[in-house]
Design a protein around this ligand. Sequence first.
Ligand SMILES: Cc1ncc(COP(=O)(O)O)c(C=O)c1O
Length: 396
Amino acid sequence: MEQASRVKKLGSAIFSEMDKLSKEVKARGVDIINLSIGSPDRPPAPHIVEALQAAVADKSIYGYALTQGLDVFKAAVAEWYGKRFNVQLDPQNEVLSLMGSQDGLGHICLAYLNPGDIALVPEPGYPIYTASVMLAGGKKVAVPLQADNNYLPKLQDIPEKVAREAKLLFLNYPNNPLAAVADYEFFSEVVDFAKEYDLIVCHDNAYSELAFDGFRPISFLQVPGAKEVGVEFHSFSKTYNMAGCRIGFVVGNREVIAALTAVKANLDYGIYKAVQLAAVAALTGPQDYVRENAAVYARRRDVLVNGLRDLGWDMPRPKATMFVWAPLPKGYTDSYAFAVELLHKTGVVVVPGIGFGQLGEGYVRIALVEEEERLREAVARIKASFDFKVTENKPA
Ligand SMILES: Cc1ncc(COP(=O)(O)O)c(C=O)c1O
């Protein structure tokens, strides 16, 4: 059975290869410390679970939900946006519920790309942007994100012809996998650039609430004029530990919201109402859980980064996200080979940077998705199996 060519273009073989290898190692009886997937390991706050339990017991809410989302959900999103970012949204026309932000990111290209149309996609990048372009039959043009520019795209380096032809620009700050962050000045440049080249900006802000040391990520929509050029995607998965509930939202430009709604109205009938009501409880309830959650990740980050730095493996201390984007230890150049060696010697699973695009080579992504004790254990195992100080300057 011949698959459509768009399916063959999907996904990186590296993710499935690492998964297969870690299962093999596990089958040998090794205790795996899985730091590869960005899936939160902690439960939602009690008031969210209680709201979900109460809603599930209500027999009147088992009908189809509308694609756009319950009024109470859209109102809660608009209110949260106002409080958190000081951005005013019209809940009826500028908010759309999503089955996780992935749903919106994955379908947005169907709303705007005709076959062969260009979308600008950051690289290294979270894989859904590329998949979205491929599923719509569009053409991806990679926009490099490199350390010398704090992993922000150099917009002026995008060839004029490409910028003119492109229809969409994906961005993601705080960033997965790079853990990079963006400021107001950068987003202002983005808005100017999008206006000049008539681009729709799709900003993925899934990690807006997972930031440390007093840092508060901003919304791209805070820039005057941003709503004219784009939308912003949010997730309950990381902010409220609701990844399995599959709920998120997109806000901003009403034409874009309407176009995505039109696509989704043909694909789904909205999110189970009980899940939407739990999300309302999350947005309108106490937010100290969100801050505590971020503090948990900050402590994990310190355990891991300090521990590995002490071993001679240097890496930046991220300001946000649940990831550490670590350059390979000295002496190593191949991210896949290093990740495989790490797995075999220690049972610790990380993602080779090459899985996020060619520019990810030379790095691994480590997800802070296990408790501090397990991260200490990971550091101890790495200490017992590697000597980074000695291997310095030696090829792997
Ligand atoms: C950058 C980024 N965007 C979007 C998503 C998808 O999140 P959701 O669970 O809301 O679909 C993830 C999930 O890991 C992510 O890392």
